[in-house]
Design a binder for this molecule. Sequence first.
Ligand SMILES: [Zn+2]
Length: 289
Amino acid sequence: MSTTCRIPSCVQLLDLDQFGEPRSGAAYLVRGERTALVDTGTARSVPRLIDALRGVSVDSILLTHLHLDHAGGAGVIAIAHPEATIVAHPRALAHLVDPTRLEESARAANHALFPLYGRPTPIPEARLRPAADGEVLDLGRGVRLEAIYSPGHAPHHVCWFEQEERVLFAGDAVGHHDVPVDLPLTVPPRFDLEKALATLSRLRSLRPQRIAYAHFGVADRAEARLATYARDVAAWLDRIASLRARLSEDEILLEILGEPKYASLSAANRGTARLCVTGALASLPKDVR
Ligand SMILES: [Zn+2]
């Protein structure tokens, strides 16, 4: 299930070279008569995105969620594209205006990884608009993006579903694809298994044909991938819960990140893998211990 597929002509994948690594973080341009950009990557990778968007009029910047590898560059892109409206979950807007808590949360989650993100630039409130669940953004020429509230990975997560080509712009709601870290995306501080599974079943009901992953690329057999991810993420939480019954957090990190397949990961990817473990642990009910 690792092969990517033909990308519909209304969709353009932009490789953000996240953390200096190709095929690690993506933004997507979706074009009808008007153009939407889905996610912006980190503040550190944003110069590359500005280059890619030179000469493009961007009507809407759609942020799937606030994590700094998705929305960290939004403030700089908003300055470079004064024509654009930035659209995000209503609960995300205040943190885009004042990203102080966002920064603190990312720093607390992983101190070593934090410098790789760069610092987010505040966005003036007048540039922002809340996404409504189920709203359809009509880009013209039959290209229509539907907003789907998709909590679980984060409470303020919004997927966007292109109805004509049936492409799901999934942010982090449906996991990784074709990247070295193969763990479910159960990152801190707010992963919620029950909500993640409900989201996955709602996303399946849309009957998508393709998934546009932020990490990384466009893949076909979308419904099967959503079903597989639901099983994987539930099994992963079971494994973490049973490890927690006998080991400390440090011992669990050693046990998982000590596996040979994780030994060769880059520092950034090890940081991401670590987040998948610590976020899963933090999401467990306290009385399981
Ligand atoms: Zn995320």
